[in-house]
Design a protein around this ligand. Structure first.
Ligand code: MG
Length: 166
């Protein structure tokens, strides 16, 4: 049986400000600025949540975890990833793979990617080979290039158990 595959994309941006921790993929990255948001503002985890929810046809992160809800104030976005994975499996979906890109001029993120990958795959209960993380600058262009914010994009492929393509 060939399962019917579904694809979803995610995109998120948060503003860099003083007085906040910089948390990306569940990892606290040492930097003089952090991302502003209702939760920990982990844009990488948020982009992955949106890609998974999109693939499953379940809307977006704002629908499931509204930023007006005090329960999500300051929450670790790894918990949101865990909840999204739980929701998908409850609806009969399994994750095939995820590819995601962090977009930041500074700080250099390459040294933190392995730890981010470990935290995200653990939160989603998927094996390491099913997540690929990348990081890029924008060559100084745009808001990321000016260091005003950090962005992330993600693509997720999933399939529904017991749903053949033909
Ligand atoms: Mg967000």
């Amino acid at each position: 049986m060939i399962p019917a595959l579904r694809i979803g994309t995610g995109f998120d941006v948060h503003r860099l400000v003083k007085g906040r921790d910089l948390v990306l993929g569940g990892v606290k990255v040492p930097f003089e600025l952090g991302l502003l948001g209702h939760s920990d503002a982990d844009c990488l985890s948020h982009a992955i949540c949106d890609a998974l929810l999109g693939a499953a046809g379940l809307g977006d992160i704002g629908r499931h975890f509204p930023d007006t809800d005090p329960r999500y104030k300051g929450i670790s976005s790894l918990l949101l990833l865990e909840e999204v994975a739980r929701l998908l499996r409850e609806k009969g979906f399994e994750i095939v793979n995820i590819d995601a890109t962090l977009i930041a001029q500074r700080p250099r993120l390459r040294g933190f990617m392995e730890e981010m990958s470990a935290k995200i795959t653990s939160a989603l209960s998927i094996s390491k080979g099913h997540l690929n993380l990348k990081a890029t600058t924008t060559e100084g262009l745009g808001f990321e290039g000016r260091g005003e914010g950090i962005g992330a994009t993600a693509v997720a492929l999933i399939y529904k158990r017991d749903e053949p393509i033909v």
